[in-house]
Write a protein that binds this ligand. Structure first.
Ligand code: PEP
Length: 250
């Protein structure tokens, strides 16, 4: 059985006061939840204060990005060791905004996944097709290329430490969520790919989250599908009320 997982991606949002208030409310409201793994990914500058508030709670923390070198003259970048040092659990890699706004390539994503695994951090490896790719029926080719290139050279026994997030670009922040059937189709495809790259046991144990306009009113349908193990949530993770409802979807 794969444990469901809900992670909030706050993106470049919140002030220090808002971050503190949001996570304080989540800590209180989600205190009793043990059957769902919960995480929040604040902007870098708020990770430590958020972690401090979360002490003693079941909510994990993640970063939204990382650089692949361990230290040195890389102005503005943050290393895996630094994130480990402050107690991060997860790091988002290959988010569609990094791929398509910041120009992150599959090669860079692959380097980041490798250094995160080496540092003992859990990569949340995001993949997803653009609208025109879905319309051209090339979704599977796009996802295959992203998964294969992202995991290129990752030792087979390490692949089980990764969480995958399927996030169709056309659904992120648009209010247009994939239907549970559309998402399930791609999730099942990703699981098959993982079994080919690694093995069936790893594929069956791997959690594959869905992301893209997940809201309290569509989570149940998504989570009812066999291969959907959780959600990576942007907009709806910025309000305690909606994120709490998502975590308590059952
Ligand atoms: C995301 O940031 O990964 C995301 C899925 O955003 P939203 O839920 O706002 O579509």
């Amino acid at each position: 059985m794969r444990k469901p997982i809900m992670v909030g991606n706050w993106k470049m949002n919140t002030t220090s006061a808002e971050a503190t208030a949001l996570v304080t409310a989540l800590k209180t409201e989600l205190n009793e939840v043990t059957d769902v793994e919960i995480g929040v990914c604040p902007p870098f500058v708020y990770i430590q204060p958020v972690k401090q508030i979360l002490q003693g709670s079941n909510i994990k923390t993640g970063a939204q990005n990382v650089y692949w070198e361990s230290k040195g003259a890389f102005t503005g970048q943050v290393s895996p060791g630094m994130l480990k040092d402050i107690g991060c659990d997860y790091v988002l890699v290959g988010h569609s905004e990094c791929r398509h706004v910041m120009g992150e390539t599959d090669e860079v994503i692959n380097k980041k996944i490798k250094v995160l695994l080496a540092a003992g951090l859990t990569p949340i490896f995001c993949v997803g097709e653009k609208l025109e790719q879905r319309q051209d029926n090339t979704t599977e080719n796009v996802i295959r290329a992203q998964v294969e290139q992202g995991l290129n050279g990752v030792p087979k026994e390490k692949i089980k430490e990764i969480i995958v997030a399927y996030e169709p670009v056309w659904a992120i922040g648009t209010g247009k969520t994939a239907t549970p059937e559309q998402a399930q189709e791609v999730h099942s495809f990703i699981r098959k790919l993982i079994s080919l790259i690694s093995n069936e046991e790893t594929a069956q144990g791997m959690r594959i989250m869905y992301g893209g306009s997940v809201k309290p009113d569509n989570i149940k349908g998504l989570m009812a599908k066999d291969d959907i193990d959780g959600a990576l949530v942007g907009g709806a993770s910025l309000k305690a009320d909606s994120f709490v409802k998502l975590v308590k979807y059952q």
